[in-house]
Design a protein around this ligand. Structure first.
Ligand SMILES: [Zn+2]
Length: 450
């Protein structure tokens, strides 16, 4: 006998790998059983019709800093995953720094996973940290289920998470050869820079982290990728200068992948006011010409996907009172707004919902090794769905922000795309401004996990 769906979700705009069509998604338990035309919904199947709302696979955010345990006053799993669910994200991957202890050993990973039980509104995976003295921990962390290893080529901002040198990267890559697990690198190579006495303008901040830092770091990573043929991933690409070299490397078939972030695709540095440290992030945001080239990189596939790089802190650490870019914490708080920010930009440029889905769901799911389980509306996939109205325009206001702290450079922005409902593995978790039921997010284990 054919398996019977528990219920169906229908809409005139369902985004599947084949395109955007009127369809019904048949759901049984946690999975998508089938996607059928509206005429073929089985008799008697309870159906939630969402009219003209877009129904897309839930977003997969492969780069988030949550800070728990240890710095939960900055951000915690409950608030971050609530904000994520309200923004249509159904899976996220947490970075190994900013929490205490940093996730550089299996013991630290277990401390994290045991401290967050029953706090997850969406599914969460974890990266392990790669620092100079934990090469012995790489294989045990991979076996414990981390989805990748994160390393910094410049100071991370966290003293317990020191940067690596080329020699450490070489050793790590030789350990990871033939393992389908990426090394994610914060690509900035520090070099001497001119310092000025004033730290009030965004230009003065850019001068402390010039594009050459990122360009030089990526050149070195390309060299290592060519030598080891092991998966290297560049996080939060900011400089468009280096896109031709990245494109050439990918044309050679080498395992290099790249992400960029909403703040590099939406803001332009010439419009940032003096002293507005909400915009401080590393690498810095550049001008509108750079932003447009990043969009071309996405369109051509040189950049694989988009992550939030949600990197919150307490408001005091942003030093808005003094407007001192040198003293302010670098990081942008934004996880809730990836979908409307990117859609607002896509809309202006004529990009389709299928492209949007590739950048926000399908490719990041593949990157974390879950391309057969998440990131697509197709039979057998997790029933992770976001239902949203692309025509609805709204103003970002603090009262609707679910991050622990409301300080974000998106406040006051007018965006298109309101998330109405989010489903996690077949269960509604967010419904028109309210959270539904109890948090039932799961921990996403890597394929090397046991
Ligand atoms: Zn980050």
């Amino acid at each position: 006998m054919e398996p019977v769906p528990d219920f169906a979700i229908s809409s005139r705009r369902v985004v599947t790998p084949e395109g955007e069509n009127p369809a019904a998604i048949l759901i049984r338990g946690e999975k998508i059983l089938d996607v059928v035309s509206l005429q073929n919904i089985p008799d008697g199947c309870p159906t939630e019709d969402l009219g003209n709302d877009v129904v897309m696979p839930g977003l997969v955010d492969a780069h988030v800093h949550i800070n728990e345990p240890g710095r939960t006053d900055w951000e915690g799993f409950e608030t971050a995953t609530k904000a994520a669910a309200s923004g249509g994200i159904t899976t996220l991957v947490d970075m190994p720094l900013n929490c205490i202890p940093v996730t550089t050993t299996v013991d630290a990973l277990h401390q994290k996973t045991s401290s967050i039980r029953e706090k997850l509104w969406i599914d969460c995976g974890f990266y392990g940290g790669l620092i100079p003295d934990n090469l012995k921990d790489i294989e045990p962390l991979a076996e414990a289920g981390v989805l990748g290893f994160k390393a910094f080529m410049s100071h991370s901002g966290i003293d317990e998470f020191p940067k690596v040198a080329e020699s450490h990267l070489r050793k790590a890559l030789s350990i990871l050869i033939n393992k389908a697990i990426p090394v994610l690198v914060h690509a900035e190579l520090e070099n001497s820079v001119e310092t000025s006495n004033s730290h009030q303008t965004y230009e003065s901040f850019q001068a402390t982290r010039p594009k050459s830092w990122e360009n030089n770091a990526i050149k070195l990573l390309i060299k290592l990728c060519r030598e080891y043929e092991t998966h290297i991933h560049i996080v939060h690409l900011s400089s468009s200068d280096i896109l031709p070299e990245i494109s050439q490397t990918r044309d050679e078939g080498l395992p290099l992948t790249v992400e960029t972030c909403p703040h590099y695709l939406h803001f332009a540095s010439e419009r940032i006011s003096d002293g507005d440290t909400r915009f401080k992030c590393s690498p810095p945001i550049w001008g509108s010409d750079n932003r447009e080239k990043l969009w071309v990189g996405l369109e051509k596939g040189t950049i694989d996907f988009i992550t939030s790089d949600h990197s919150p802190c307490t408001p005091e650490l942003k030093k808005l009172d003094t407007g001192d870019f040198q003293m302010a914490w670098g990081g942008i708080s934004s996880i809730q707004f990836t979908l409307p920010v990117i859609w607002t930009e896509c809309r202006q440029r004529g990009f389709s919902l299928v492209q949007l889905t590739n950048w926000l769901s399908k490719r990041p799911a593949k990157f974390i090794g879950k391309g057969q389980q998440k990131g697509q509306i197709a039979p057998g996939y997790d029933a992770d769905l976001v239902c949203w109205n692309p025509e609805a325009e709204f103003l970002v206001e603090q009262t609707a922000i679910h991050h622990k702290h409301k300080l974000t450079p998106y406040e006051g922005e007018s965006l298109f795309g309101a998330v109405n409902k989010t489903f996690l593995r077949g269960q509604k978790v967010f419904d028109n401004g309210s959270f539904v039921g109890l948090p039932h997010g799961k921990i996403v284990m890597g394929n090397h996990g046991t």
